[in-house]
Design a protein around this ligand. Sequence first.
Ligand code: MGD
Ligand code: MGD
Ligand code: SF4
Ligand code: MO
Length: 733
Amino acid sequence: MERLTRRKFLQISGTTFAGAGLLVGGTKMIQSTLSANEKNKGVVKIPSYCSICFWKCGLIGYVKDGKLWKLEGNPIDPLSRGRLCPRGNGGVGQHYDPDRLQAPLVRISNRGGEEWKVTTWDEALNYTSQKLVEIKDKYGPQAIAVFSHGPGGAFLKHTLRAFGIKNFSAPSFAQCRGPREVAFELTYGEIIGSPERTDIKNSKCFALIGSHIGENMHNSQVQEFAEAIEKGATIIVVDPRFSIAASKAKYYLPIKPGTDTALLLAWINVLIQEKLYDRDFVDKYTFGFEQLKEYIEPFTPEWAFVETGIEPNLIRETIRELARYKPASFVHPGRHVNWYGNDVQRIRAITIINALLGNWNRKGAFFKPVKMEIPKYPYPPYPEMDYEVVYNPNSKYPFAGEEEGLTQGIRSATITGEPYPIKAWIVYGTNLIQTLPNQKETIEAINKLDFLLVIDVIPSEIAMWADVVLPETVYLERYDELNISSFRVPFVGIRQPVVAPPHDQRDGWWIARELAIKLGLEKFYPWKHIEEYLRYRIESAGLSYEQLKTDGIIIGEEQPIYVDDGLNLEFPYTNTGKIELYSTQLAAKGFSPFPTYERPPEPPPGYFRLLFGRTPVHTFSMTQSNPILMDMVAENEVWINSDVAETLEIKNGDYIVLKNQDGVVSNKVKARVTQRIRPDCVYMYHGFGHTSRRLRRAYLKGASDAQLITRYDIDPIMGGTGMNNNFVTIEKV
Ligand SMILES: Nc1nc2c(c(=O)[nH]1)N[C@H]1C(S)=C(S)[C@@H](COP(=O)(O)OP(=O)(O)OC[C@H]3O[C@@H](n4cnc5c(=O)[nH]c(N)nc54)[C@H](O)[C@@H]3O)O[C@H]1N2
Ligand SMILES: Nc1nc2c(c(=O)[nH]1)N[C@H]1C(S)=C(S)[C@@H](COP(=O)(O)OP(=O)(O)OC[C@H]3O[C@@H](n4cnc5c(=O)[nH]c(N)nc54)[C@H](O)[C@@H]3O)O[C@H]1N2
Ligand code: SF4
Ligand SMILES: [Mo]
């Protein structure tokens, strides 16, 4: 993928349709219930929201002559702002993917043997409920653990809570943004949330610490990034790799990987030494400034230079630039921040810089997200369960998430049986083999289970280990939970079917409800069809369900989101009622109340640090069997510094393999020889190198970062797994 300019983003979005039009598929059209739709030329438009990633953009689905034709952004949607990203446009390919799961499967060989019997829904769900009841009777409901990602899992989780299950987890927390949310909660008493509350489009200056916006393709964030560039914002990018974002930046800091906290501490040092911080704001709203001032003294730019490789002058210049534009300037909190296993401390340093810039809920920095108030459905209460969650025994990680538990904690309990045995996993919309570090441990845990249920849309790697695989309809074919994200304006979005599923796939809500009935939990489903549920919620908020179906989105009344617009600044959720520069909560649990820097382990001689990230046209490991997206990027490459490549006699486009510190050898993968990366690391896109044979288009295309991530470092504060401390050698094939 070459540099993705704004024009190119649009070009890609446009050309996607052509590819989609060529596809054939035997889909039945669901007649639009919309009266206002264009019905000439056999075209029907149906609004819904996207699920190719979890930004949940509002879309308009076009059905032509009964077939899914194309997707566009819903112009009234605040998340797509009328445009989908290349992946969202290519969502058409998920419906037409010939490798989709088509009917329920029950294993007939040993685990991992990939031999299946096609079965009926009734039989698959009977067997599933029988296994779950058996395990609950023998070991209690605590022996069943759940991994899930995305809004589609909402109904399944409802059924499982009613069944007494509490062990829920999400790689999108423990392997992604967990440390960020914990750090902001410690400092401000509030999280960042998704979509991020960053006011990029109004910002005059911001710093991206490895957030590779432009490759990380979260739609409105990328659009705001383009707007900020057009308006001449000063952008500072800190990344060992010259990313697309770096190519748009005024300042590019090619930092030594893993040393960001040293840079951030030096930035704090300069802010305080040169009195560049917002003094009134600090006096009024923060706690612990005097102690911070003393703590930060040794962390000079000269000290940080030795750690980071960034010239002291450049460190000074960049933080002065951020301070010049305060409060319309900020350090981006990042999103995938599980890097080195001490990530809460790094993000805490980011929270402190922002506090010193006085930018909380200020235009051009952070806004206060607002949300549509939609009443919950009046279900009976879940049974009270007094067991402790399995993933955090004795609160080992004092600040672990509660709603989204620790995946790695569940996995290790499954292996060891401590603090108690885990006998079943239920996996919805997450490909654990590609998503958790150390595949060997994941497989070891799976082999200890009595039962593994996977609900997916394609034969993913994790599905290939399951005892029962249930094929869900894809997002364009189903109703789902409402999208009620917190954002700039309150809004609610609906997901509704644009086309019918091509085979015997079923909707997540239907699967959850049927399973509940078989488990004797029908009282938790007073509604029979999800539309009753959706209508109830929408109408009890005083809104029109018909309007929601017609428009896809209902926008609520605007509310102030900035102090500049009269919003009150309060911090009621921290111990001190102030922004905690000094974290009283960390101190109380024996952690350093100020951010600490730990030098990361060095790659041994001949080794390079393995870094990874996003390609603009794929999502994680879930889109590599999508024919449209695979037409754009069919395999990944490994970025290797030109000088290193010359020494190793590797040319651009040569096939290589990577071998990690534990002797794991990757699949063959193309070298991309470039000056755009430091010589001490290599970089690849996540999500490739599939090993499920049923993913015919993706099988062994490119290499898998997950396979090479055998080492992980656990954050002692919140229990997430840092995955950037793996080292590889490079060998020509
Ligand atoms: N090695 C490595 N690991 C990582 C990351 C990395 O960059 N490298 N990134 C981390 C981050 S930031 C995150 S957020 C997580 C993401 O981790 P996950 O959310 O687990 O992402 P995927 O591994 O792509 O798994 C998504 C699965 O959901 C399935 N799916 C897609 N649509 C549907 C649907 O409508 N219904 C159902 N039932 N299933 C569906 C897909 O086929 C796929 O198998 O991974 C983390 N782990
Ligand atoms: N197209 C596309 N977009 C996506 C996704 C997707 O799957 N596909 N997934 C979404 C999700 S859930 C997430 S969490 C985000 C993830 O996206 P981000 O949060 O933006 O990024 P990361 O994946 O953490 O980091 C990758 C970047 O960090 C740099 N990096 C690596 N190590 C270091 C270091 O030590 N210091 C610094 N400063 N930089 C470093 C890498 O060179 C790379 O540019 O992307 C989101 N957007
Ligand atoms: S960012 Fe792209 S893939 Fe994600 S929801 Fe929006 S359009 Fe879909
Ligand atoms: Mo993520």
